[in-house]
Structure formats: structure tokens, C-alpha cells
Design a protein around this ligand. Sequence first.
Ligand SMILES: [Mg+2]
Length: 353
Amino acid sequence: MRDLDKFRGCMIGGAAGDALGYAIEFIHEKQIFSRYGRDGITQYALRGGVAQFSDDTQMTLFTAVGLLNEKARAQAEGREADYAQGIRQAYQDWYITQAGTYPVSSKKNSWLLDVPELFSRRAPGLTCISAIEHGADGSIESPINSSKGCGGVMRVAPIGLFFAGSDVSFEQSDMLGAKAAAITHGHELGYIPAAALVHIIRAICESSEKKLADAVAEAVAAVSELFSGVKHIGYFTDMINLAAELAKSDCKTIDAIHQLGEGWVAEEALAISVYSALKYEDDFDMALRTSVNHNGDSDSTGSITGNILGAYVGCEAIPLKYKDELELIGLITEVTDDLFGVGDWESRYVDAK
Ligand SMILES: [Mg+2]
């Protein structure tokens, strides 16, 4: 059965990990530990009095709104929903927040364009910017580039939430995760991890009994099937299996992360996140701290870890220190509640034009 607390945990947890890691995204380990002490960064570094999140959470919000726009409009127009197209249009709106200024005078697709705080460049991935600038029309069949950067996987968690408890098959929702990533990332390893993340999030949101390790194993099996025969699938599944094995071992956390990479590319970002979430599945704080304190792409590994573990433990279990100063937490909660289908959610999605 679906649980609103798990949905909020996924979205707020992701934003929390993003915000914790954003302060140290481009800082080397040695500097992190000399600046913040031997535990590394353990609480938000505030900017302007708030914990700012980065492009990861911005794009995650646009993914959610793309799904909801398409659901509401397809219902209103009595047609079948094309969710990949809804997400594509929402990414074009995100691009407006990065390239344009508030307020927007032209036709609006997403109501998020009414939120001035989103018009802020937070180290956006250049692959995303460039792919959207060139039409945002990448697909699995017609790759837009050969990038496997983590910009495809770090934004797709809402797809797992959206389809949790629905009649849509896991194959379809996993594939939509891959399609959403392939809009901007054309390498197999740019979009396969997105399918796996969607599977993990959906599996843990459909059952409170589901063990995280089982959800990860199921995701690995599902993408192996979905992408069987694809060149890099074995490399990807080996990587996620290694992350799960390392989480059970007594390997030092920083050494385990070094074995998995730095997270700039999608398969490493998901592997580090799976490792951090499994290693500290009962301790959101330690999981998040582990996921960001390393050489690599700290905000994306923090964001994905927060998505996974937040969904697993629920929002109530996220320590207050991660909620108190989190930027736009009210907006994140609103969008999440719309994904869950709380109250009269449709109107602003149908009317957003
Ligand atoms: Mg970022």
C-alpha cells in the first residue's frame, strides 16, 4: 500500500542530500576533511540563510511536474498519456529557468515557472543544458549524444513514486525512467541506471515490508531482462552488485566509495548511492554524510541516496536538521503531495498553459 510519508521522504530526502553535498561538489577529499574535520561535512552550509539545493532537485521537481501535466491533460482531453513527452516539455521549462529571467512572458507549460526562486543556476550539468538547447529530443533509439553523466539518473525518482501502486507494469515504468534520462544522455550507461533507480523507488514505495537489499536485487534483475543483449548491461549490474556486497563488508566507507568511483557518471553515482543507503539503512544521517564526503559529485550522490533512503525510512525518520533550513521545502512537499494525488491536484496542471 502507498504511504505519503515515504513519498515525502523520497523527495525531501533527495533535496536534503543534494543540499548537503552541493557545498562540496567540486572540493577534493583532503580539503573537505581539513575544512570540516575528520567526519567531513555533517550539516548544511547555509547560503543566504537557507540550505540551497542544486540542479538535481530542480530537475527532479520538473520531472514530477512533467508527469502530472501530462496525466491531467490526457485525462481532460480523453487521450492516452505520453509521459516521455510531458517530461521533455517540463525539461524545456527548466531550461527557461536557467537561460531566462523571471517573470516569463511567453506561454508557460509548467506552473513551476511561477516560482522565482527556481530561476537560479546551481551548477547545472552542461550536457543537460546543451541537449535541451538542441531540442531535448534524445531517445534510446536516436541518442542525442554519447554522454553517461549522472544528469540523467539524478532526476528520475518521481517516476518511481508516480507509478507506485498503479496497474502499469514495472517494465513500462522502468523503461520510462530510461527514456526520461535518454532525453539528454545518449550512452547506454547514461539511461540504464535511471531505469534501475525508478525500479528501486517504486518497489520500496509499494510495500513497507520490502527490504532495501531485495529492492536493489530486483532492480538489477529487472534491468538485466529489460536491456538483455545490450553491450554495457553486465558492467552495470556488476557495479551495483559490488555496491551491495561492499555494504555488507567491513571495508572502510571511504575505501568502498573509492572502489565504486566518483559519481560523475551515472552508474557510479547510483552505485555510491546504493552503497551508502544499504550501509546505513537505519541511519539516514550517516547514509547522507557517507554519500557526500568524497572526491566526486557529492550533490548527485547525496541526492540519489536521499531519494532511496528517504523513501525507505519515510519523511518522519529524516532528522530535523535536514528539514529546518531546507530551501523551498513547502514547494517540494506540495509537488510530492500532487504526485501522491492528495486532494484536488489536477487544476494547476491542466490550467498551467
Ligand atoms: Mg547538482
